[in-house]
Design a protein around this ligand. Structure first.
Ligand code: NAD
Ligand SMILES: O=P(O)(O)OC[C@H]1O[C@H](O[C@H]2[C@H](O)[C@@H](O)[C@@H](O)O[C@@H]2CO)[C@H](O)[C@@H](O)[C@@H]1O
Ligand code: MN
Length: 440
């Protein structure tokens, strides 16, 4: 049997955790665990799913010790891996991140635009505290992070902990898009090999082959120019998600050299997306009324039960699979291929070396290594330099509590541009976030 590990799921009140637990059960031979610690600062929210998570593990993983705690020392001490997926301010703050920008005719989105700025400022605070606590116990614990906005969190943690080589930020959107592409092409995802470049939630696929070397990129490009792009992923069939997938077609009809991530649409067609947004009902509300409600209802069915009869074991979420497969690749030095977030340092040789870029690469015992990409063309370089400057100024605004840098960051963001709108939305967001961050 492979060496067993102890993991902590931080943000264990996430509605995605039951599916992650099912994935861990399915991977028990590949990534065996001796203990899972569920940690959250909201005991009640974590408690909604505790009986279910315990029942699944008791039924299918009895050899694994299970702890639920709100004590961060218990959560972060003597742990091999931390699966970190906190939502600082929870859905209530996400709702404001998405609704406040719409008051000014700006894109309201979880990780992009002014909402992503406000979210990044909140996340950096909590993530800094988490890393400091973990490192007070061990420099060896791997911190695998999903906490968004990953672009801002990754850059900020790199600035805060430049020598920490065991923090790995992840995004499952490329992984998820590859699942959709494999369905379109009728090719198993595990045999697909992609090349990609960009910043997190701001990038393009440039190649798609299989392990035999068969090239599918032109086929996929043509398909996406001529057909509506619909996600395979049930979680992404809500209106707000479908709007971004459909706009991949629109983008491809205009320029089809590379295939953009769905997130690129917020930066390309912000006015259209704003016009189609409901200022009173955004993705935060959709996700609360869909995934969260369904999962909480399912989990409620486990109360008082000592067997799984009649209860479904959730699994097969993209979210869960990626994190577990990354942990496996690190734990056993498999050097499997992923789309990774790494410091550029020459990977894209005509782009800022200190940027955290998203490229194809491998993950092994020493973390993620990006494949060299070479130079990027002026169109992509220009877009990315503006977005990187936004990211960097957001991180500096957080570190220095600098209002002017925050204003500059938002003005650089393609979803804002107008500095008077940047000021209006910044002041509104600062008021709404006063319990989490402030600027002067
Ligand atoms: N990187 C990616 O591609 C990706 C994919 C999906 C979700 N996410 C991110 O994962 C996170 C979780 O999202 P979700 O919808 O699954 O979860 P959720 O919103 O259902 O729950 C998040 C949990 O985090 C907890 N939390 C907040 N602050 C915390 C702290 N300081 N320490 C520990 N726990 C804390 C909350 O109490 C809550 O229970 C979010 O940041 C989301 O944006 C990232
Ligand atoms: O709006 P939400 O909360 O449903 O999703 C926001 C997240 O969307 C992306 O993650 C997707 C993932 O790509 C997909 O495969 C599946 O696992 O669902 C996830 C959530 O929909 C994005 O990468 C994340 O950064 C977002 O937080
Ligand atoms: Mn992501």
């Amino acid at each position: 049997m492979r060496k067993q590990h102890v993991i902590t799921i931080s943000g264990a009140g996430s509605a995605r955790v039951p599916a992650l637990v099912g994935t861990l059960v399915n991977y028990k031979e590949r990534f065996p665990l001796s203990k899972i610690i569920f940690y959250d600062i909201d005991e009640e929210r974590m408690g909604f799913m505790e009986a279910y998570n315990r029942l699944v593990l008791r039924s299918y993983y009895p050899e694994c010790e299970v702890v639920f705690t709100t004590d961060e020392d218990e959560a972060y001490r003597n742990v091999d891996f931390i699966f970190c997926q906190m939502r600082v301010g929870k859905t209530a703050m996400r709702s404001l991140d998405e609704k406040i920008p719409l008051r000014y005719g700006l894109v309201g989105q979880e990780t992009c635009g002014p909402g992503g700025f406000a979210y990044g400022m909140r996340s950096l605070g909590a993530m800094k505290e988490m890393v400091e606590k973990v490192r007070s116990y061990s420099k060896d614990t791997w911190i695998l992070n999903y906490t968004n906005p990953a672009a801002i969190v990754a850059l900020g943690l790199d600035r805060l902990f430049p020598d920490d080589k065991r923090i790995l930020n992840l995004c499952d959107q490329p992984f998820s898009l590859l699942k959709s592409y494999s369905k379109i092409l009728g090719v198993p995802q595990e045999s697909l090999r992609a090349r990609y470049f960009g910043l997190n939630h701001f990038g393009w696929f440039t190649e798609l082959k299989d392990t035999e070397g068969n090239d599918y990129f032109d086929t996929l490009r043509s398909y996406l120019k001529d057909h509506d792009f619909k996600p395979f992923n049930a979680e992404q069939r809500s209106k707000s998600w479908l709007d971004t997938y459909v706009r991949v077609n629109k983008y491809m009809k205009l320029m089809d050299e590379y295939i953009p991530t769905t997130y690129m649409q917020y930066y390309m067609f912000p006015d259209e997306i704003v016009a189609e947004s409901d200022p009173d009902y955004t993705r935060a509300d959709e996700s609360r009324d869909s995934r969260e409600r369904e999962v909480f209802e399912l989990c409620a069915g486990a109360a008082g039960k000592d067997h799984m009869d009649g209860l479904e074991m959730l699994t097969n979420s993209v979210f869960g699979n990626l994190m577990v497969e990354v942990a496996e690749s690190i734990a056993y030095d498999l050097n499997r291929e992923f789309i990774v977030m790494v410091k550029n340092q020459g990977i894209i040789d005509n782009f800022e070396p200190e940027a955290i870029v998203e490229v194809a690469g491998t993950i092994g015992k020493d973390g993620a290594k990006g494949y060299p990409f070479g130079p990027i063309k002026p169109y992509y370089k220009g877009l990315m330099e503006g977005q990187y400057a936004y990211e960097l100024l957001t991180v500096e605004a957080f570190l220095e509590k600098d209002y002017t840098k925050a204003l500059m960051a938002l003005t650089l963001n393609r979803t804002v541009v107008d500095p008077s709108k940047a000021k209006a939305v910044l002041d509104d967001l600062m008021e709404a976030n006063k319990d989490y961050w402030t600027l002067r």
